[in-house]
Design a protein around this ligand. Structure first.
Ligand code: GDP
Ligand code: MG
Length: 396
């Protein structure tokens, strides 16, 4: 017989593990784990428990101490947990040791991010980039990752080997990596041509931490339908739209969002996606001001931009989600010391405008202050346009 529900894959259960490093507050640590949980949920997992341990540095052999690890082990066994997810990239040997101890699937942050990317890549370009990054991640970890990757990706043209065949598989994977790299070079050339064909129109790229509201803003400005949802990494592919503000046309692109601890080799693999950012004339840095860690998110985005070689491009700072901003109000007779949690939206504005006089405070969802944003954007684009075409005043 068998009905529909028999075939429905039930969500896989997961336990999260994080190390709290020196100088990290409990609050910060819990925010980090919350982000990991968000990533895991985006990948389709159901979180059943979270474990943290305060350590000066992660344990070289097992990431967390043996006492903590055996607690995790007991829980995993009792609750028949499918996988344990660690908040940092594990070394190949850590991965092996932990897997031997816990006897279930082990994922680390990199692996999880790659998994989400793989599930969401749409174009040949994005798919190739993810596959390359996955193989590069896999190569030094071949002994254990194999069955997992095979199950997850299905027909990638390779068969599940036993331990004895690992050398052959390494060779196959190395071949595959070099093929993928060749393919990417070809795609990159095509994309470069495409970008050239777009002419000399001024290019504005939306950048920002994942989930900041880039796609929502893109939709609003270009009246197009870019996929936006409350998940991390909703999409990997770059979308470019022509936008016209007061007769002035320019190109607006929406790309993948940045995230804390994005491994360098991963950034490397997504280089061509990020060319869109690198070659932009102006960046609109969208910030989710309602997020408790928004200031750290700004840092992550800025440092990733520098890493990419986009550190010199002028940036328009756009604080989004002002409608969702909350703070703990402090009365005048309240004697507890003022803290960052007591800052009102106006306090924040004053603070940021001191160093970033052009910064904007909007709500893409409630469409607040969008005209102001358009004005700013118009000015910025116009300045560049005038510099580029000093004798062409037809447009204005
Ligand atoms: P992206 O990852 O930066 O592209 O973010 P998205 O545009 O996909 O938005 C992420 C989530 O934030 C979605 O659920 C949006 O509806 C929501 N969002 C976007 N802008 C705002 C806003 O101004 N206010 C609020 N409250 N939510 C917003
Ligand atoms: Mg998006």
């Amino acid at each position: 017989m068998g009905d529909y529900w028999d075939h429905r894959p039930y969500p896989e259960t997961a336990v999260l593990v994080g190390v709290i490093k020196q100088g990290q507050s409990d609050e910060m640590a819990s925010d980090y784990l919350e982000e990991l949980a968000f990533l895991a949920e985006t990948a389709g997992a159901e979180i059943r428990a979270e474990y943290t341990q305060r350590l000066e540095a992660p344990h070289p052999k097992t990431f967390i101490g043996s006492g903590k690890l055996s607690q995790v082990k007991d829980f995993v066994k009792e609750e028949e947990i499918d996988m344990v997810i660690f908040d940092d990239e594990l070394s190949p040997s850590q991965l092996r040791n932990i897997e031997r101890e816990l006897n279930c699937r082990i994922l680390d942050r990199t692996n999880l991010i790659l998994d989400i990317f793989a599930g969401r890549a749409q174009t040949a370009h994005a798919k190739t980039q993810v596959e390359l990054a996955q193989y590069q991640y896999l190569l030094p970890r071949l002994t254990r990752m194999w069955t997992h990757l095979e199950r997850q990706r299905g027909g990638i043209g390779l068969r599940g080997p036993g331990e004895t065949e690992i050398e052959t598989d390494r060779r196959i994977i190395r071949d595959r990596i070099s093929k993928l790299k060749d393919q990417l070079i070809k795609i990159d050339k095509q994309m470069m041509v495409q970008r050239k064909n777009r002419g000399k129109m001024v290019r504005v790229a939306l950048v920002g931490y994942t989930n900041a509201g880039k796609s929502t803003l893109m939709n609003l400005l270009s009246k197009s339908k870019v996929f936006a949802e409350d998940k991390l990494f909703a999409t990997l592919d770059t979308t470019v739209r022509k936008v016209v503000v007061e007769n002035l046309p320019f190109l607006l692109s929406d790309t993948v969002g940045f995230i804390r601890k994005l491994p360098t080799h991963l950034v490397e693999s997504f280089k061509s996606t990020l060319d869109e950012v690198r070659e932009a004339d102006v960046l609109m840095h969208v910030v989710d001001i309602s997020h408790p860690n928004f200031e750290e998110q700004i840092e992550v985005v800025e440092s990733t931009l520098r890493e990419l070689g986009g550190g010199e491009i002028p940036v328009l700072l756009v604080f989004n989600k002002t409608d969702a901003y909350t703070y703990t109000h402090k009365d005048d007779d309240d004697l507890t010391p003022m803290s960052r949690d007591n800052l009102s939206l106006d306090d924040r504005k004053k603070e940021w405008l001191k160093t970033h006089p052009e910064a904007l405070f909007i709500s893409a969802l409630k469409k607040n202050n969008i005209d102001e944003l358009k004005d700013q954007l118009y000015q910025k684009v116009k300045d560049i346009h005038v510099k580029r075409y000093p004798y062409n005043d037809l447009l204005y």
